[in-house]
Design a protein around this ligand. Sequence first.
Ligand SMILES: [Mg+2]
Length: 276
Amino acid sequence: MNETIEFTKGPLALTQNISVAVFDFDGTISTLRCGWENVMRPLMLECIAGGGEPSAALKEKVDRYIDESTGIQTVYQMEWLAAEVAAAGGPQRDKWWYKEEYNRRLTAYIAAKKNALAAGAAPPESCRIAGAAQFLRALKNAGVELYLASGTDHADVCEEARLVGVYDLFTEVRGAPAHAAACSKEAVLRLLFEEKGLAGGNVLVVGDGKVEIALGHAHGAYTLGAATNEAARRGVNPVKRRRLIAAGADAIVGDFTCTEALTALFCPESAAASRK
Ligand SMILES: [Mg+2]
């Protein structure tokens, strides 16, 4: 087996192809929103410190919260921010106010990347984790039904999936409905599992967040933790790796450049047929 796949609980030995794979988007396939922490961190520090110089303790608190909350829906992070601002004696503002301000800043931050992709000035793979499209295509060719589930607003995830060139590979792309706090990524995933009757060993969940890995694990699916380095688009991110193993990931990769080994692992029947 390719050494770039790390098995956390001993080797996986599937005898049948998986029939469904559920992928997370941001950080797993797309790097368009890479650097969102560079937008959220100053927003949080600025709002909690009321425009003053943030203390070292505040910086540490914000960094810890961002690290812990990675992968949850933005509005919950903004709910935390609103409470912290209020506790620090700042203005009483709605979580949606913060979410809109964060989205405005993030949109400006990633606009340059989106514009370059839309204009064809940057190739779609420049905003994809290495090997992601190849892995998706190999699974699709093996007859696997592909779903994309994201906590990002639905319209944004559809647009971004098109820009990075993977939209058409999916049976369905699902994001969070606008202004629906109850529809976190976890809720999107739960609904998808319920509606499609997904359970057990015919399902693969692939993601860089603890939410999708823990949920997949709880449903008895195979879980592939994508411990991606979003800046480099390849190689293993040790912080994500630890988080994904703790969430119950069966296997870890840093990217999908070991496409053949991954496909042979999760679609052993197709791999055997192609060898004949
Ligand atoms: Mg993610």
